[in-house]
Write a protein that binds this ligand. Structure first.
Ligand SMILES: Cc1cc2nc3c(=O)[nH]c(=O)nc-3n(C[C@H](O)[C@H](O)[C@H](O)COP(=O)(O)O)c2cc1C
Length: 362
């Protein structure tokens, strides 16, 4: 009996099946971070999923790094997201919002505020990012957030979570993966703080633990998830011991009460691993330190997803790229219909093309 198609629960979140759409940045919002009308179409087309995790969304203008990403801090953004969540709920899916503060992974041309991006420490990441005005640009040096500023930074996540609920989301996912702000606090090469919020293990996990607890207190642990990517080499983040770091993190947050822990497997995009060893073994270690529900993404197929549910390792399976070109992914799995391939050139371009114009199977 297939478990993929069975209803399931992740804390307070009720899923019509165990197939989850991954958070996918698609850069279809306006310059003020307001999702455009085709964002409603795109998510509604995918609402046969059990749950949709909306794309990385900034909690403030200061938290924005990329061009045309959405926010959840203005009345206009909240109103636009409300149209999305209403449409998705009509299709039967639950929907949570991924709160993404990009920290040092940001370029001034992509931002609406003049100040330098903040990060745990003033460590400039190697690499470049896209800007609409001047194409690829190197990252500027970030400013280290002061100790006195940390409560307000934490509060940004809390307010974003409350705003997400007001916009009709069933919960939120804190983005502590893939090299963005919360992940920067965790990693030994990005967090050199000496104020009790960095350097050693207890210090590096501290801001993330405090943020998870503050958000859980505000909207309920059972509506709060966290995404981690131990060992994922991305955005110039290298931790000396990512498994040790993430074990300590999971042991310190209320995973039994939280909606879920979401692991992105380290080899999802990049073959390089950062001191984490075999990603399958890492996933098992994360499972052992997750006292509640775990979901995971990274190259899953219908078969491997089904196996992960059958073994009890996962309570739902997360699919990213397959959802881009297959809005009816659930029906395609159910009926054995071949999957369409997405056009990667249109992942982050403006407009409906390559976004909300992928057809369902006839
Ligand atoms: C176009 C694109 C955008 C993405 N944006 C995000 C994002 O906003 N937040 C995030 O945590 N992961 C993001 N990811 C990673 C996916 O959520 C997912 O973990 C990854 O694609 C691996 O799953 P898959 O093999 O099923 O695609 C993105 C991936 C792609 C391809």
């Amino acid at each position: 009996m297939s478990k993929l198609f069975q209803p399931t629960r992740l804390g307070a979140l009720a899923l019509q099946n165990a197939i989850v759409m991954a958070p996918l940045t698609r850069s279809r919002s306006d310059a003020q971070g307001v999702p455009l009308p085709h964002v409603v179409d795109y998510y509604a087309q995918r609402s046969s999923a059990g749950m949709i995790i909306a794309e990385g969304t900034q909690p403030s203008f200061a938290g924005q790094g990329y061009a045309r990403t959405p926010g959840i801090h203005s009345p206009e953004q909240i109103a636009a997201w409300r149209k999305v969540t209403d449409a998705v709920h009509k299709g039967g899916a639950s929907m949570v919002l991924q709160i993404m503060h990009t920290g040092r992974i940001a370029h001034p041309l992509n931002r609406q505020v003049p100040d330098a991006p903040v990060a745990p420490s003033a460590v400039t990441p190697a690499g470049q990012m896209w800007t609409d005005q001047q194409q690829m640009q190197s990252y500027p040096q970030p400013r280290a957030v002061t100790t006195a500023e940390l409560p307000a930074l934490r509060e940004e996540f809390v307010q974003a979570a409350k705003n997400a609920r007001e916009a009709g989301f069933d919960g939120v996912e804190l983005h502590a993966a893939n090299g963005y702000l919360l992940n920067q606090f965790l990693a030994s090469n990005a967090n050199l703080r000496t104020d009790g919020y960095g350097t050693d293990l207890a210090g590096r996990i501290r801001f993330v633990v405090e943020t998870v607890k503050a958000v859980a207190d505000a909207i309920g642990a059972d509506r709060t998830g966290i995404r981690v990517s131990p060992g994922h080499m991305f955005n110039d983040l290298v931790d000396a011991n990512p498994v040790e770091t993430h074990v300590a993190l999971l042991d310190a947050i209320p995973t039994a009460d939280m909606a879920y822990v979401h692991v992105m497997k380290a080899d999802a995009f990049a073959p390089q691993l950062n001191n984490a060893g075999d990603p399958t073994a890492t996933l098992a270690t994360m499972r052992a330190h997750t006292r509640g529900r775990m979901i995971a993404a990274g190259g899953y197929t219908q078969e491997t997803g089904e196996a992960a549910l059958a073994s009890g390792e996962l309570q739902a399976v997360v699919f990213g790229r397959p959802f881009i070109a297959n809005p009816d992914l659930v029906a395609r799995f159910k009926n054995g219909i071949a999957l369409a391939q997405p056009n990667a050139d249109l992942f982050y371009t403006p407009g409906p093309q390559g976004y909300s114009d992928y057809p369902a199977a006839g």
